[in-house]
Design a protein around this ligand. Structure first.
Ligand code: GAR
Length: 211
């Protein structure tokens, strides 16, 4: 059994996809143990409470610097025996020390095909605004391990999504969520919990069989 903590900041549709997958026993021994929000107003907290998952809030602004914020996060997650951290719309950049402590145990979902439209400043709707501005005809989502480089960790899964002529950032965001993020994230969590993900030279290989 792998205890999973989901870190959120907003609406929590990716959290909901994980809750729904858990309800269908699709997380392969992963258990949604804890939802931690950087924002006390996040609707994701309501989704967690409705699913009977313990919640907590740690606001970045209550800490002097990113290091202290990371230390508090580390404390809260290790105390619960967490084995996997999922960033699901978590809008606070984690300090390097935290990323190193949890190396290959943090996964993030990002709403583009990395390495396009990613890195510092590319989050939420901004990613889709940038994709539309560039005029790409295909975008998508990426689930990756988190490293010290923002959106630079080893890629686990990616899925392409079509961009349509009348898309607004909001419409495109919804399509990328429904057709890619909400499908890939539970899949990646299940692969992790089955011990099927291996990282070497900054790349992930996926075992075809469950050990
Ligand atoms: C999602 O699209 C997620 O990929 C994105 O924020 C949204 C959160 O939605 N994350 C990032 O941009 C991280 N760089 P949700 O709260 O409904 O899951």
């Amino acid at each position: 059994m792998t205890k999973i903590a989901v870190l959120v900041s907003g609406g929590g549709t990716n959290l909901q996809a994980l809750i729904d997958a858990a309800g269908r026993s699709e997380l392969a021994g992963g258990e949604l143990d804890f939802v931690l929000s950087s924002n006390p107003e996040a609707y994701a907290l309501t989704r967690a409470a409705q699913a009977g998952i313990d919640t907590g809030v740690l606001r970045r602004r209550d800490f002097a610097d990113a290091e202290q914020y990371g230390a508090a996060l580390h404390e809260a997650l290790s105390a619960r025996g967490i084995g996997l951290i999922v960033l699901a719309g978590f809008m606070t950049v984690l300090p390097d020390s935290f990323c190193r402590k949890w190396e290959n145990q943090i996964i993030n979902v990002h709403p583009s095909l990395i390495p396009s439209f990613c890195g510092e400043g590319f989050y939420g709707l901004r990613v889709h605004e940038a994709a539309l501005k560039k005029g790409v005809k295909v975008t998508g989502a990426t689930v990756h391990f988190v490293s010290e480089v923002v959106d630079g960790g080893a890629i686990i899964l990616q899925k392409a999504v079509e961009v349509l002529p009348d898309d607004t950032p909001e419409i495109l965001q919804k399509r990328v969520m429904a057709e890619a993020e909400h499908i890939l994230l539970p899949q990646a969590v299940a692969l992790f919990c089955q011990g099927r993900l291996h990282v070497a030279d900054g790349r992930v290989t996926i075992d075809s069989k469950v050990n």
